[in-house]
Design a protein around this ligand. Sequence first.
Ligand code: UT7
Length: 338
Amino acid sequence: MISNSQSESGISFVGCGSATPPKIINNDQLGQRVDTNDEWIKSRTGIRERRVIGENQSLIDLASDAALKAIKMANWDEKTIDLIILATSTPEDLFGSAPKIQSNLGASNAVAFDLTAACSGFLFALVTASQYLASGSMKRAVVIGADQLSKWVDWDDRKTCVLFGDGAGAVAVEANKNDNGLIGYDLKSDGSRGGCLNLSQSNIFLDLVQGATYQKGEYLPIRMEGKEVYKFAVKEVPIILGELLDKHQIESESIDWLLLHQANQRILDAVASRFLIPSDKVLSNLEHYGNTSAATIPLMLDEAVRDERIKSGDLIACSGFGAGLSWGAALFYWHGPY
Ligand code: UT7
């Protein structure tokens, strides 16, 4: 477990951006491929459609686009960026996709690396970036959550294929001694329960030379025990969020927005009802994008900032959860220009 003790993080949220592919696949279209239908998907998940990256576009394009918009909102010169973290489980290059984004942005003074924590990835990356900023070693960071789960979904498995989509979101955060933008956070992992949601390598060994084999680099499609993950989310998210609110002596009535990983509307509703948060304070756009893994939180944040639901000074209670198992929560004030 990792958590901070005080409101001394000294970072400000000053920009956000997002990007999604143009190709929309709706529930009826999926019903033409697998034995499912719009009614089942909508009532069990809240999802109506999702976006899928097609030819002539890439995850790096989306992530770069989202990051550029965040930098523009923050009004930063890209040369002043110190750090770029790309939270993703679906990199284009297993050696890391963040450096290519750094190059696309022209952020030649930034160090860039990938971080993998599945659907909790954005939150884990945000907290990681905040450590560099709070320590004083860096001043400006871009944190991106981007995933292309469409390439790892088994499109013939109705239990998973209806849930996921592709997208990217980003935030620009900077060190600010006079601001306590990130009030607090808590991150957790439990590998003993990791078997209920995996994108595992295949176990294929081929002959190398006489007496030796090598493992072929290949991954199996996403496999999920949906009910187990559902139970995990509705149990652990209220606990971690409740403990964080208690620790910082914040009443749930003070929360302006509940911003959860967009996996299932029923999970969002269950967590909101546990804290008596009215539905108009629960941010939700999974209807249009499905579960975009590390992208859901910044994608939702960006939408709500740009349509002026979220205003400067609003308090946001955020939680991400997913494979690992991993989960986390953060309380922060939005201080962007909108
Ligand atoms: O980002 C990582 C976090 N992931 C999550 O948070 C996912 C959490 N889990 C869930 O959101 C839900 O468990 C699901 C949406 C995945 C499934 O909903 P459920 O209410 O738990 O359904 P279920 O798996 O218990 O399935 C109920 C029935 C089954 O049929 P039988 O066995 O009762 O005859 C399934 O075969 O629904 C069937 N089913 C479907 N039917 C039509 C499963 N998927 C589909 C489908 N269309 N797409």
